[in-house]
Design a protein around this ligand. Structure first.
Ligand SMILES: NC(=O)c1ccc[n+]([C@@H]2O[C@H](COP(=O)([O-])OP(=O)(O)OC[C@H]3O[C@@H](n4cnc5c(N)ncnc54)[C@H](OP(=O)(O)O)[C@@H]3O)[C@@H](O)[C@H]2O)c1
Length: 265
């Protein structure tokens, strides 16, 4: 029996890409699911793909920027399942554009979705986990959460912020049995670049080569579930690009030169 059998797993960003793949892998592992994102029809599509009976999957549309709605959403989950074992804080957006040209509103949007929404939802679910002395937050950061790259200033900042927040939370809640895993994906084959915000907040609308050639989301999800079942605190999953994290740690000058000289996509 898998570590996730019968567990209640709430996934944000479940309508696409990594979140969808995690939902399918969790369904296979016997979990009960709460699927959240803005697009109801896509969540329904994913729910059907899981093959789970309707009693084991709750479709819960949610916008990460609508923080006022979170208490009510968590209540719906509680009424339905009575517990939350895993919260996958995975919804996110990225950007394309140099600092000099990027509107301030783009930074606000990135922080709203990728950081403040995540903090707000964590604060709603945390008391429920603390009361049960059990629960696991799984946070999707990025390689860009460990180093800065061109044309991603706000994205990198929002992902770096997650590390500070969740490292602190992990230390605070360890004795209470609540666990935190931060995952830093490298390039994963998802449509994330299509929805990336350009310097003026419009859709980039292009599938970038790095994602096109990236790791399959199913492979990613399989590796992530293993890391979570092993209670890993921080994990890097992707191709060679994940080695950038080690270069930054051990040879920061070299990494800086590589990043500086790299063409941005
Ligand atoms: N793909 C990569 O190469 C890569 C690399 C590093 C990190 N990541 C991270 O992985 C996570 C998942 O991204 P992905 O690659 O799977 O991209 P994706 O396929 O575009 O999925 C993004 C998900 O986030 C949801 N989302 C976006 N804005 C939202 C909002 N305001 N409220 C609620 N949900 C929202 C989207 O659903 P709706 O549009 O239906 O709301 C979608 O389900 C992100 O945090 C991303 O930063 C991805």
């Amino acid at each position: 029996m898998s570590a996730f059998s019968g567990k209640v797993v709430w996934i944000t960003g479940a309508s696409s890409g990594i979140g969808e793949a995690v939902a399918l892998a969790m369904a296979q592992a016997g979990a009960r699911l709460v699927l959240s994102a803005r697009r109801d029809a896509e969540l329904r599509r994913v729910a059907t793909l899981t093959g789970l009976p309707s009693t084991a999957v709750l479709i819960l549309p949610l916008d990460m920027t609508d923080r006022a709605s979170f208490p009510e959403k968590a209540d719906v989950v509680y009424q339905r399942f009575g517990q939350i074992d895993y919260l996958f804080l995975n919804a996110g957006i990225t950007q394309r554009g140099p600092v000099a040209e990027t509107d301030f509103s783009v930074y606000e949007r990135l922080m709203d979705v990728n950081f403040f929404g995540v903090v707000a939802l964590t604060k709603i679910v945390l008391p429920l986990m603390l009361a049960r002395k059990s629960g696991h937050m799984v946070v999707t950061s990025s390689v860009a959460g460990k180093l800065g790259t061109k044309e991603r200033s706000g994205y990198c900042a929002s992902k770096h912020a997650l590390h500070g927040f969740f490292d602190a939370l992990r230390a605070e809640t360890y004795a209470s049995g609540v666990r935190v895993t931060l995952v830093c994906p490298g390039y994963i084959r998802t449509p994330i670049s299509l929805h990336a915000l350009n310097a003026h907040g419009e859709s980039h609308g292009k599938m970038d080569e790095n994602q096109e050639k990236g790791m399959l989301p199913e492979t990613f999800a399989h590796k992530l579930l293993r890391a979570v079942s092993q209670n890993r605190e921080e994990v890097y999953i992707g191709g060679l690009e994940t080695y950038g994290i080690y270069l930054k740690r051990f040879f920061p000058g070299l990494l800086s030169r590589i990043v500086r000289n790299r063409r941005s996509e």
